[in-house]
Design a protein around this ligand. Structure first.
Ligand SMILES: Nc1ncnc2c1ncn2[C@@H]1O[C@H](COP(=O)(O)OP(=O)(O)O)[C@@H](O)[C@H]1O
Ligand SMILES: [Mg+2]
Length: 241
C-alpha cells in the first residue's frame, strides 16, 4: 500500500487528569479523505492538534512521511495545515488574513494575489476581500478560516468541524471546495460530528469515543455494518451531545 502519510502508534495525550487520547493507533494514506467522528469531548480536536504538531507533548510514536514527528516538528508543521473550529481573525482585511500564511512562507506579488483570489473565489467570498475580517458573520469567518488553510500548498489539510453551525448553502460551498482538494490528490483529515458530512466526503472514517479510536473502517462499512457496538450506537443516532 506504500508508505503512510501519517502513522500514529500508541499515542496518548493528557491534559492534567483528563485523558484526551488513549493509545491511538492510526494510519492515514496519501491522498485519502479521512474523517474522525465522535461526540463533543471525544478527542477529535486533540487528535488533529497532535497530527498537526500543535501539541508536541504526547506519548507514543508519530511518523509523518517516514520522519519522526517529535524530532522534526517544524517539518511536519510545514506540510500540514489546520483550520480551527473557532477561528481567530487578525485585525486586517479578509485578503490579508488569508495571505498571511503564504507571506510567512515567502510567497509574494502576483503569485500571492492569484492564490488568495482563487481560494476566495472557490469559497464564494471574493467580494469580501477588502472587508475587515473581525466584522464578518460567523459563517463568513468560517469560510475565511477554511480559505486560510486551503490556500497553503500543504500535503495534509486538517479541518476541525469546518462547517459547524453553518447554513446549508455555506456547508455546500465548503464541502465542494474540500472535495476539489481531495481530487487534486491532497490528504484530508476532517473532524466532524456531522455523520452526513463524513459520508459525503470521506474514504475512511474513525469513530472516537472517550479518547479511544473504537473503530476505523471504510465509510460505507462504518455506517452500514459497524463492527463495534459503540460505533453502531453512534451512527444510528443513539447518542448524547
Ligand atoms: N487545553 C485543554 N486543557 C484541558 N483539557 C482539554 C484541553 N483540550 C481538550 N481538553 C479535554 O480533552 C478532551 C477531548 O477534547 P477535544 O479534543 O476538544 O474533543 P472534541 O474535539 O472531540 O470535542 C475533553 O475532555 C476536553 O475537555
Ligand atoms: Mg473539537
Amino acid at each position: 500500500m506504500g508508505e503512510p502519510m501519517i502513522s500514529l502508534s500508541g499515542v496518548s495525550k493528557r491534559y492534567g487528569d483528563v485523558i484526551a487520547l488513549r493509545n491511538v493507533n492510526l494510519e492515514i494514506k496519501p491522498g485519502e479523505a479521512f474523517a474522525v467522528i465522535g461526540n463533543s469531548g471525544a478527542g477529535k480536536t486533540t487528535l488533529l492538534r497532535v497530527v498537526s504538531m500543535l501539541e508536541t507533548k504526547f506519548s507514543g510514536k508519530y511518523v509523518f512521511k517516514g520522519i519522526d514527528a517529535k524530532k522534526n516538528p517544524e517539518e511536519v508543521r510545514k506540510r500540514i495545515t489546520m483550520a480551527f473550529q473557532n477561528p481567530v481573525m487578525f485585525r486586517a482585511s479578509v485578503f490579508d488574513n488569508i495571505a498571511y500564511g503564504l507571506r510567512i512562507r515567502g510567497v509574494n506579488g502576483k503569485e500571492l494575489r492569484e492564490k488568495v483570489e482563487s481560494v476566495l473565489e472557490s469559497l464564494g467570498i471574493l467580494d469580501l476581500a477588502d472587508k475587515n475580517a473581525r466584522k464578518l458573520s460567523g459563517g463568513q469567518k468560517q469560510r475565511v478560516a477554511v480559505a486560510r488553510t486551503l490556500v497553503i500548498d500543504a500535503d495534509v489539510y486538517a479541518l476541525d468541524e469546518p462547517t459547524a453551525n453553518l447554513d446549508a448553502e455555506n456547508v455546500r460551498i465548503i464541502e465542494h471546495t474540500i472535495a476539489k482538494m481531495r481530487k487534486k490528490g491532497k490528504t484530508i483529515l476532517l473532524a466532524t460530528h456531522n455523520l452526513y458530512q463524513a459520508k459525503r466526503l470521506a474514504d475512511r472514517v474513525a469513530y472516537i469515543e472517550n479518547g479511544e479510536v473504537v473503530e476505523v473502517n471504510e465509510t460505507d462499512k462504518i455506517f452500514e455494518s459497524p463492527k463495534d457496538e459503540r460505533t453502531r450506537r453512534f451512527v444510528q443516532g443513539d447518542h448524547y451531545f
